[in-house]
Design a protein around this ligand. Structure first.
Ligand code: ADP
Length: 851
């Protein structure tokens, strides 16, 4: 390689530090790059640079690079080999790892270290004068006998090898073609030598010295070979493998592959094989793994497939083929755990206990899969966790929201770099046992895309008839999932694919009432938040009225997640105060602040001083316990987010409050209407679905047909309501798509208010579907809707008569706060919605005529 070319290496070289192997000029070495400095060097000098100059690096042997880049650089070996980086291979997954192929050019000596970070750079002096190789004859003469002697030994050694191996034949030719000066380095890297010996050859800068040192090594190798040939004469066939030089060693134009790394790696592979053989994987899996390991052994390490296969085999070994936790199911204990962890949700807890009891008796899992459906923050995930706890099983949550690729469930085929197993197999690897509780979170948010339907893949996972042999594409062998307990959660059943829904038993988890929320906050959320913030009940007190304040003024949700967050914000603010106080208290001369009733009373009487952001007395430590009252609440959480909205918005005709059901729970919804001159058009805004638009048309038709009866007129006094009039109906929160028939009664009421000029009662909310004839039909989600109305402080609720049975599900104290009007037809709705009823003109006329 070097012959004929005058190579001058740069005077400044970035240094690659190798730990064990020694690169000699003229040979090639593969080194794995994993220390931070080497990694930096490869990234910034080799992966970007394109010119030859930028790819010449200095390889310093025998120096392990510190594992962290902030550690000091150890002493460097003074002599190194300038090398050409020939190839960089590697992958960034699962962690960045590169393998570098370098070819040694010549020796150099470090004159001065210029910098250490991010990778060392040194000023160097070239030691081997490569240009002298051009007139090889002269140096041959100079070295005379020594070089001749060396050459003879080298020929003798090579001729003892099997010439039919192409690499050996090539080496033989190289001996004649290469300049003699290059031979000691090259042969030293071919024959079996220790690193120490190689280091000595590297340090032998003078050529004469180098020849002298290598001759004994050659002789030793020749003797060794002779001995081997003698003992193995009977097995002629094996000769080529027995000799010290491996036939598959790459010898190309003076470059010889360094293979110590390979040997090390070989050991790893042997270990892996051992692990595979001793693991408890299925027979089929074992067969595949043994086949793969056979391939791995033959594969060069630099091949991208090598890393892939290795990762695969490591995963196979790690998977819990036969490892499981022992179930400890005791129904009484389960009941206690569920009760301790969760307040209310009786229906859900009852069903969960039934499910567990059946499992205990039947001892198999071929029952339906439980699916908890309800708004966010109502404790679906946390019940799943409690189930795992009662069974003594591992718990793993798999978030399915937005998953649109079936490979997410079933894994990628192992045909490309970056392929990996699906979430199920990954989860099993994480938990390390084959019988965990898997919570499939948000199954209603699975999406479809060109990459296949993840729901179909889930079907296979959940089907007890199929899942004992679930085949992940990555594994490509069956894995038994039948011991896994699957639980699913969703916000709504509407978007769960029907086939999937069919496999599951849906358990509705409705939102909480204000009273339930207060209890949950005081029994569970506040103690948990205090613990997380390192506070004790002696340091902070949140009275129930404050909690109610947070619930009504700072949150509007069916669950308790926002409430939990607000409580967290309060604890953070208090933690700062307490920490400041402790700091001050630590100073001498400061009287201990007493705990207990007296102190508390004092604070309650005078709310101002202990208010959290009262900066005036920042210098003083706060009194304990810090009482969170409304002032403090405002300081910490800011002004209330939801305040008196209802009555403000109902102060003009053409507004009514409807009740809507959304996957996030029930909500109140203002329907607004206005009229203007026009050609009788009905304008609808607020992102309405088709069903809702139809309801609007039904409502207007019914009102037009009953205009005379109710004395409803347009602006010019005509009973034809749409004559020269346009009507605009708007459903606020315009960014949210709305659909469903249940707004019918609200639209009618809103329009009746508009055309009659009367105000709808500000404390009435309603829901119900209408027909053209004015009947009110039942709708769904009554419980959530009623809770939403209750949350918003409404007092009277109009619901369809046929929904009366749904009221039984509502807690007694909520029912007591509300008045329910059961309406069978629109007359009854209007009568209840307006103060003093909504007079029916026709009946009056009828009476008049009688008189
Ligand atoms: P989801 O999965 O329904 O969205 P999570 O299970 O994540 O809700 O619940 C949110 C938080 O509320 C959790 O910290 C949970 O412990 C708490 N939580 C919800 N419901 C209850 C309850 N009934 N009793 C105690 N804590 C609850």
């Amino acid at each position: 390689m070097a012959a004929g070319s005058a190579i001058q290496i740069p005077t400044r070289l970035p240094l690659l530090l190798t730990h064990e192997s020694v690169l000699l000029p003229g040979s090639t070495m593969r080194t794995s790059v994993d220390s931070p400095r080497n990694m930096q060097l490869v990234r910034s000098r080799l992966l970007k640079g394109t010119s030859l100059r930028s790819t010449i690096i200095g390889v310093i042997p025998n120096t392990s690079d510190p594992t962290s880049d902030c550690d000091d650089l150890p002493n460097l070996h003074r002599i190194g080999t300038a090398a050409l980086a020939v190839q960089v291979v590697g992958s960034n997954w699962p962690k960045p790892h590169y393998t570098l192929l370098v070819t040694g050019l010549c020796r150099f000596q470090i004159l001065q270290l210029l910098k250490e970070k991010p990778y060392p750079v040194a000023e160097v002096q070239q030691l081997d004068r490569l240009e002298q190789f051009t007139n090889g004859h002269k140096s041959e003469e100079e070295l005379g006998e020594l070089s001749e002697q060396f050459y003879k030994y080298a020929v003798q050694l090579v001729e003892m090898l099997d010439m039919s191996v192409p690499a050996v034949a090539k080496l033989r030719r190289l001996l004649d073609n290469l300049p003699r000066e290059a031979l000691p380095d090259i042969l030293t890297s071919i024959i079996r030598t220790t690193n120490q010996e190689k280091l000595q050859i590297l340090d032998a800068v003078r050529l004469e010295e180098r020849f002298k040192m290598t001759i004994p090594l050659l002789v030793r190798q020749i003797e060794g070979l002779k001995l081997l040939q003698k003992t193995r004469k009977s097995k002629q066939d094996d000769d080529k493998r027995v000799v010290a030089i491996r036939p598959n060693r790459r010898i190309s134009h003076g470059s010889v592959t360094e293979d110590e790394e390979e040997e090390e790696d070989h050991d790893d592979v042997v270990m892996l094989e051992k692990k595979i053989r001793t693991s408890s994987m299925s027979e089929q899996a074992l067969k595949v793994c043994l086949k793969e390991i056979k391939r791995l052994k033959k594969m060069p390490q630099s091949m991208p497939e090598y890393a892939l296969t290795r990762n695969y085999l490591e995963l196979m070994v790690e998977l819990p083929w036969n490892k499981s936790t022992k179930d400890r199911l005791e129904i009484r204990a389960a009941r206690i755990v569920l009760d301790n962890d969760h307040y209310a949700m009786e229906k859900l807890k009852k069903r969960v206990l039934e499910y567990l009891a059946v499992r205990q008796l039947k001892n198999n899992l071929k029952g339906p899969i439980l699916c908890f459906v309800g708004p966010p923050g109502v404790g679906k995930t946390s019940v799943g966790r409690s189930i795992a706890k009662t069974l003594g099983r591992e718990f793993h949550r798999i978030a399915l929201g937005g998953v649109c690729d079936q490979s997410d469930i079933r894994g990628h085929r192992r045909t490309y770099v970056g392929s990996m197993p699906g979430r199920i197999i990954n989860g099993l690897k994480t938990v390390g046992v084959n019988n965990p509780v898997f919570l499939l979170d948000e199954v209603d948010k699975l999406a479809k895309s060109l990459q296949g339907d993840p729901a179909a893949a889930l079907l296979e996972v959940l089907d007890p008839e199929q899942n004992h042999s679930f085949t992940d594409h990555y594994l490509n062998v069956a894995f038994d999932l039948s011991q896994v307990l699957f639980i699913a959660t969703a916000n709504t059943t509407a978007t769960i694919p029907p086939a999937l829904l069919d496999r599951m038993e849906v358990i509705q988890v409705p939102g909480y009432t204000q009273e339930e929320k207060i209890e949950i906050a005081h029994r569970h959320l506040i103690p948990k938040q205090l613990e997380q913030h390192g506070l004790t009940p002696q340091q902070i007190q949140i009275p129930q009225v404050t909690t109610l304040g947070i619930i009504t003024r700072y949150t509007r949700e069916a669950g308790v997640r926002a409430l939990d967050r607000k409580l967290g914000a309060i604890c953070r603010a208090v933690a700062v105060k307490v920490a400041e106080g402790q700091h001050k208290e630590a100073k001498p001369g400061r009287a201990e602040v007493g705990e207990g009733e007296d102190c508390k009373e004092h604070i309650t009487e005078d709310a101002k001083p202990e208010s959290i952001s009262d900066t005036a007395d920042l210098a003083l430590p706060p009194e304990m316990p810090i009482l969170i009252d409304f002032h403090a609440l405002k300081d910490i959480l800011g002004p209330p987010l939801y305040d008196m909205e209802v009555s403000e918005r109902l102060n003009q005709p053409g507004v009514a409050i409807g009740l809507a059901w959304t996957p996030l729970g029930g909500e109140i919804m203002f329907v607004e209407a206005s009229r203007m001159d026009g050609e009788g058009q009905l304008i609808l805004t607020g992102q309405l679905g088709d069903v809702m638009k139809e309801s609007a048309h039904l409502a207007i038709s019914w009102l037009r047909s009953n205009a005379k009866r109710y004395q409803l007129t347009n602006a010019s006094g005509s009973f034809d309501l749409l004559d020269n009039t346009d009507i605009h109906l708007h459903f606020p929160a315009g960014a949210v798509t709305k659909d469903g028939p249940s707004a019918g009664v609200t639209i009618v009421t809103c329009l009746a208010s508009l055309f009659s000029g009367r105000l709808v009662c500000s404390d009435v909310a309603m829901t119900g579907e209408i027909t053209l004839r004015g009947l009110v039909l039942p709708v769904g989600g009554i419980k959530d809707k009623v809770l939403a109305a209750h949350r918003a402080g409404l007092k009277r609720i109009i619901i369809p008569q046929r929904n009366e049975k749904d009221l039984e599900e509502i807690a007694v104290h909520v029912r007591q706060d509300l008045t329910f009007v059961l309406a069978g037809c629109l007359d009854e709705v209007l009568n209840a919605a307006f103060d003093g009823g909504f007079a029916v003109k026709a009946r009056l006329e009828h009476l008049n005529s009688k008189l």
